[in-house]
Design a protein around this ligand. Sequence first.
Ligand code: XCC
Ligand code: SF4
Length: 631
Amino acid sequence: MIDPKKFEKYTITEDGQLLLAKAERDRVETVWDRHEAQQPQCGYCEMGLSCRICTMGPCRIDPFGEGPQRGVCGADADIIVARNLGRMIAAGAAAHSDHGRDLVEILYKVGTGEAQGYTVRSPEKLRTVAAEYGIVVDGKDDLALAREVADAMMEDFGTRKKEVQLASRAPAKRRELWAKLGMTPRGIDRETSEMMHRTHMGVDNGWDSLIVHGARNALSDGWGGSMIATEVSDILFGIPQPVPSTINVGVLKEDHVNILVHGHNPLVSEAIMDAVELPEMVELAKSVGAAGINLAGLCCTGNELIMRHGIPMAGNHLMSELVLTTGAVEMMIVDYQCIMPALGQVAQCYHTKMISTSDKAHFPQMDHHEFHPETAVDTARALVKMAVENYALRNPDKVYIPVTPVDLVSGFSVEAVVGALGGTPQPLIDAIVAGKIRGAAGVVGCNNPKIKHDYGHVALMRELIANDILVVDTGCAAVASAKAGFKTTKALEWAGPGLKEVCGALGVPPVLHVGSCVDNVRILVLAAALANALGVDISDLPLAGAAPEWYSEIGRAHGVYFVASGIFVVLGPTPPVTGSANVVKLLTQDLEGLVGANFAVEPDPLKAAVLMRRRIEDKRKGLGLDAREVR
Ligand code: XCC
Ligand code: SF4
């Protein structure tokens, strides 16, 4: 017997520990094994001091000052660190913005009648967004508007604008600041493309000007590509409203055909959901001896489904391999982002069929069945049928679903939050002014084997709610807190007295699930709405953000757009910038004077909570509200 306690150092979750023991029994290699095999990781790269941008290199700078201080081209530590950071931001912004573009293409095809199975589920939002883009809505039907909105959004991706449209949601003071600093995002693709240009050898060698452009690049995602992704998802699939569901590996059902969707883009998972619910598919499942078909999500496409439809969630990033070791998954269907290329290998040990679906995301040991809007319904049906037929190949001796699921309530879009407050943000503002709620914190981002799985998120959020701070979360952070039981009103017993009173009266949990990673923009929209209601800037509000277990370039871009929007952000894992004292000082100190917020790095979530509380109390003081001392 392998003692699951042995895996307490890797994860705080019971399902994680038990399945790590199962993985060891089944001789499955996991992300933690590979992380260990990589030790010690390259110190130059950890500090951002290696460069392989051109073939005169690769080069590295000696952080101790004895070896080379310049690359072959003459770039010093500041330039190399800033260029690397810039490219990280560009990649992250590109990823989520490209996800946004895929949705805009579907919206257009819905308008022309070419997108099989997709439709406009939220005509209200279509009309609101159309009006924001200056489109005349009166007298037009949904399909005509879908085409026009899609066209207008495509323009945002281009280069011929002064400012991306949805940036107009930001407070006027913020936009003036961006204009003054040269951070106004002009076009979504333009800023990413310009970053690749600037970081080519021999272009922008100002470490500070590179970072200012990094902010503009990240803002083009936050107020551009990602915001478009969220808005179009709401238009096509509906605006999330509070909905109960269940979470952790226990959502898999031993007597059902289990299908998992993993990735980010709801265009695949929504089609699969529709196919799973077809009576003919359910009949087919019964004919192979299963009780039915069970669909569950992982990572952010799971967040999209749970937010809108209450589809159960199996786990977050570091659970994506372990969930396969249950031996109970007939099929995992992936789209893109955060899908470990190891998954196909893990699935080899079981009967699980692995399916990739995007023309831009191929993986080893997966079967590729491309999704296109024109044929999405047919593709989804064929895949679900294949999954059902695979049930016969399941080996009951290998099946192990070790836990029972935890309850949660999801679906807190900005519209739902305002709805819960009775139609205006005023009651939230009143509660903050009265000091019952000290402020709000956004906790976002990933898992990373460098931090004990889920510990960063859960320990941080426990501290925040205990100190009367309302938490909104997204991405894998949101999955972590839900598994820990923070997303039902029962969790109010862990909240401070003020937060408990306010959330109790509203009937909402102390931690609100606002969505997937792209839905971080819902936090921006909510922050902007609060700032506008008070006539102040976002940086004046008692808000703070954290990414306690972030790993990805996407996470990097999001951190930068939060800070550039005026929200202080604490990072768990250290970004690869410590090789440049100048860059570190800019990010952790001087940005405050420029954009009214900066970064801090603090891997210990208890200390991170102190930093966030201090920030929130400082901002209360600035607004003339009562402030507590935080030690
Ligand atoms: Fe999770 Fe979004 Fe991070 Fe990926 S990046 S690990 S939050 S699934 Ni968006
Ligand atoms: Fe080396 Fe400069 Fe080329 Fe980078 S750009 S690899 S520092 S020569």
